[in-house]
Design a protein around this ligand. Structure first.
Ligand SMILES: Nc1ncnc2c1ncn2[C@@H]1O[C@H](COP(=O)(O)OP(=O)(O)OP(=O)(O)O)[C@@H](O)[C@H]1O
Ligand SMILES: [Mg+2]
Length: 244
């Protein structure tokens, strides 16, 4: 697995990224061979179908919204009637901690959160269970979570470093995969540049974008009450699974 190779090395953001008034510079792609993705999840509908799915939430970068996205997507899938198990494969155990805190508040999450490691991830999946994996950021934990996934979601903010790591993570898996933009602030120059880069490299991307919200930020340890744009993201997953 080579996490340092891919279109991301080629996306050149100026060092003065935050402050520059200059347009962002993108390289000439003519000499570069890149995987060509559809930007729609429907592209995957022949390979990703059925109720028995394992969706891995992964990004080799820390603090990008993996655990938050895992919890919210698990809550959304539960609300949509799936039996969901969240497999906490990150040794930090943040998803397990989240579940524990919610239980202590007498408002438990509506799905089970189980600790997982590379060995347990490689066991056969239960029938009719939707598994969401909060992947480890590196090593065997990440490898096993990617290898055993039916579909990989790579959460990323619009920060250039996050986007570069998102591409790295995409290039580390041969499974159907797509970037989910999180903590989005619409209409910013950063967002515009990132969308241009994703288009340019035909990066598979959810149409749904998760906005930066205090409600989401402060939801750690609570049973989420509002699902926000995760509901739209889940709808895209369902359409992909049905092949519509
Ligand atoms: N949509 C959002 N709006 C505002 N804050 C958010 C949003 N999504 C996530 N955050 C915040 O971003 C921070 C990082 O999120 P999270 O812990 O889910 O990332 P992570 O990738 O799991 O991190 P780690 O690498 O430590 O496991 C947290 O403080 C979380 O509350
Ligand atoms: Mg986490």
């Amino acid at each position: 697995m080579d996490l340092n190779h891919g279109p991301l090395d080629l996306l050149l953001f100026p060092m003065s990224y935050e402050y520059s008034e200059e347009p962002f510079l993108f390289p000439n792609s003519s000499t570069t061979t890149l995987p060509h993705y559809s930007t729609s999840l429907l592209h995957y509908s022949n390979t990703v179908q059925g109720k028995n799915m394992r969706i891995t939430i992964a990004n080799a970068k820390g603090g990008v919204g993996k655990t938050t996205s895992s919890i919210y997507l698990a809550a959304t899938a539960t609300a949509r009637g799936h039996e969901v198990v969240l497999l906490d494969a990150d040794p930090q155990g943040s998803a397990s901690q989240w579940a524990f805190m919610a239980e202590n508040e007498n408002d438990p999450l509506g799905f089970e959160v189980q600790a997982a490691n590379p060995a347990t991830l490689r066991r056969p999946q239960k029938e009719n269970v939707m598994e969401i994996v909060d992947a480890a950021p590196t090593g065997q934990g990440l490898q096993a979570a990617l290898e055993t996934a039916d579909f990989v979601i790579v959460p990323s903010s619009d920060s250039p470093l996050d986007v570069q790591q998102a591409w790295s993570t995409l290039s580390a898996t041969d499974k159907p995969a797509a970037v989910l933009l999180v903590r989005v602030e619409s209409g910013t120059r950063a967002m515009k540049a990132v969308m241009e880069a994703f288009n340019r490299w035909a990066t598979p991307l959810f149409d749904a974008q998760i906005h930066k919200r205090q409600d989401i930020k402060t939801s750690m340890g609570h049973n989420p009450k509002k699902l926000w744009e995760y509901a739209q993201a889940w709808q895209e997953i369902e359409l992909m699974m049905k092949g519509e």
